[in-house]
Write a protein that binds this ligand. Structure first.
Ligand code: SF4
Ligand code: SF4
Length: 422
C-alpha cells in the first residue's frame, strides 16, 4: 500500500498503487433535479453495448429511485453498513474552516475508514471490503420505481401520509432518481482488486477498462467496486464494465468530425440533466473556462457520490433540492448545503452553464457568457434571484464555436388556422 491524496476526503489514504493522475479525466455532471426517469439513457447504453447473449441483466447505465431502489438491490446500504459496523469513526467529517482547503480539501476532512482502510482495519487479505451480489439482486434493475419514503406508514389508511407536506426546503414524502454509470474513479477499487492486472486506467483520459484478453473472471472487481459497476458475463466467463464509449471520446465518430463526442447515455438524455467531458488532470489548477472544472472545483455545485468510499469517483451530482439533508449528506458528503444554496439561487454563470447541458453532443471544453438585460427578479427561500437574458457559448477543444444559447427560450404561437378543434 502507498499513500495517495484524495481531495474528496481532504487527506491522504492508503491505496495499492502510486498516485498517477491522467492528463485529462473523463467526467460528467448529472443534475438530479431535472431527471424524469425516462430511462432513455439506459436504453441508449443497452442498445449500444450490452444486447448480446449473456448480457441480458447487464445495465452499465441505470437510473434507480432512491431511497429504496438500487441495482443491484441494496448495493449502497450494504457497503454503508460495512463501514458503519466495522470502520473507525464511521462517516465522520470535520468541516470547520481550519479543516478546509480550496483545492485539496474543499469539503473538509473525512475521518472515517474508506473501503481500502477498512480491509486493513479488519485484517483482511484483500485490498478493499466488498461483496459479490447474488443472482437475485441483479434481477430487477428498476425495483421500487417511484416509491416514496415517508415519516408515516405509506399504506395504512388514515395514517395521514397523504396529507404530508411537499414543500421546500424538505418534502416529508420524497424520492428522487439516481443516475448511475461507472465513475471511472481516480483510485478504482476494481483495478486495485484485480489479481490478473487486467484492469487499467488510461493516461490520456482516465477511462478505466478491463482487458478482455487478461481477464479470467475471478470477479474480484465485482466484489470490490463499491458502486457495483463491473458485471460478470457467464457466457464468456469474464467481467465487463462501462467503457465510457471511448471511441466517441476519442473523436472517432464521423458526426463530430474528429472532435471529442459525449458518451451515448449522456448524449441521449431527454431531461437535459447530463454534461459529459474532460476535467483538467491537475485538480489543483482547475480551468475556470472549462464547464466541468467550474461546476465541480470552482463553484462546487456538483458533488461526488459517496466520497467516503475513497475511490475519488468522477461522476458528479447536483443534489435534489427537496430530499432530507441528512440523507443527502450521507450520499454526497458535507458539500451538500453549499451546493444547494448555490443551486436554489443560481448565479448568472451557473444559469449559463446549465443552459449548455445537452445543447450539443460534441464535448464542450470552454464556455463564455455574453451579458444581456435583466428579465426577471424574485425571491427564493429568502434569497433574491435575478435572471438576465445572457447568452451561453460553448466551444470545442480546437476553439470552434459549437453552440449559442440564450437564457430566455424563444416561444412561438401557432397561427389560428393550424388550431384543430373537435
Ligand atoms: S465505479 Fe467501480 S468499476 Fe468504475 S472505476 Fe470505480 S471502482 Fe472501477
Ligand atoms: S435520459 Fe436523462 S432524464 Fe431520462 S432517465 Fe436518463 S438521465 Fe434521467
Amino acid at each position: 500500500m502507498t499513500l495517495v491524496h484524495n481531495w474528496h476526503l481532504g487527506r491522504t489514504m492508503e491505496y495499492p498503487y502510486f498516485e498517477s493522475r491522467p492528463e485529462h479525466q473523463f467526467a460528467a455532471v448529472f443534475n438530479i433535479n431535472r431527471c424524469i426517469a425516462c430511462q432513455t439513457c439506459t436504453m441508449a447504453h443497452k442498445s449500444t453495448w450490452t444486447y448480446s447473449k449473456g448480457q441480458e441483466y447487464m445495465w452499465w447505465n441505470n437510473v434507480e429511485t432512491k431511497p429504496y431502489g438500487g441495482y443491484p438491490q441494496h448495493w449502497d446500504q450494504k457497503i454503508l453498513q460495512m463501514l458503519w459496523d466495522n470502520g473507525n469513526n464511521p462517516m465522520e467529517w470535520f468541516t470547520s474552516p481550519e479543516e478546509k482547503n480550496e483545492t485539496t480539501a474543499p469539503y473538509g476532512l473525512y475521518n472515517g475508514d474508506t473501503i481500502f482502510e477498512l480491509a486493513k482495519t479488519k485484517g483482511l487479505n484483500q485490498v478493499a471490503v466488498g461483496y459479490i451480489p447474488d443472482d437475485k439482486e441483479w434481477r430487477f434493475p428498476n425495483i421500487y420505481e417511484d416509491t416514496a419514503a415517508s415519516e408515516k406508514t405509506n399504506y395504512e389508511m388514515g395514517s395521514g401520509a397523504d396529507k404530508e407536506s411537499s414543500e421546500l426546503p424538505e418534502h416529508k414524502r420524497w424520492f428522487f432518481y439516481l443516475q448511475r454509470v461507472c465513475n471511472h474513479c481516480t483510485y478504482p477499487a476494481c483495478l486495485a482488486a484485480c489479481p490478473r492486472k487486467a484492469i487499467y486506467k488510461r493516461k490520456e483520459d482516465g477511462i478505466v477498462l478491463i482487458d478482455q484478453k487478461r481477464c479470467r473472471g475471478y470477479r474480484k472487481c465485482v466484489e470490490q467496486c463499491p458502486y457495483k459497476k463491473p458485471m460478470y458475463r457467464g457466457e464468456t466467463r469474464m467481467s465487463e464494465k462501462c467503457i465510457a464509449c471511448y471511441p466517441r471520446i476519442e473523436g472517432k465518430d464521423p458526426v463530430t468530425k474528429g472532435r471529442r463526442m459525449e458518451a451515448r447515455c449522456m448524449a441521449a438524455c431527454v431531461g437535459k440533466i447530463r454534461m459529459n467531458g474532460l476535467l483538467t488532470g491537475d485538480y489543483k489548477k482547475p480551468d475556470p473556462k472549462n464547464p466541468l472544472d467550474w461546476l465541480i472545483h470552482i463553484h462546487r455545485v456538483a458533488l461526488p457520490l459517496y466520497p467516503q468510499f475513497g475511490t475519488e469517483p468522477n461522476i458528479y451530482y447536483i443534489p435534489p433540492r427537496w430530499a432530507p439533508r441528512s440523507y443527502l449528506r450521507q450520499m454526497f458528503g458535507p458539500g451538500v448545503d453549499e451546493a444547494l444554496d448555490k443551486y436554489a439561487a443560481p448565479s448568472r454563470t451557473l444559469m449559463a452553464v446549465l443552459a449548455l447541458f445537452r445543447a450539443t453532443q460534441t464535448v464542450i471544453s470552454r464556455f463564455e457568457v455574453e451579458e444581456g438585460p435583466k428579465i426577471y427578479e424574485s425571491e427564493v427561500m429568502g434569497k433574491k434571484v435575478e435572471v438576465y437574458n445572457d447568452t451561453a457559448i460553448g466551444f470545442a477543444a480546437d476553439g470552434t464555436e459549437l453552440v449559442r444559447i440564450k437564457i430566455e427560450e424563444p416561444t412561438w404561437e401557432s397561427d389560428e388556422k393550424r388550431m384543430v378543434t373537435y
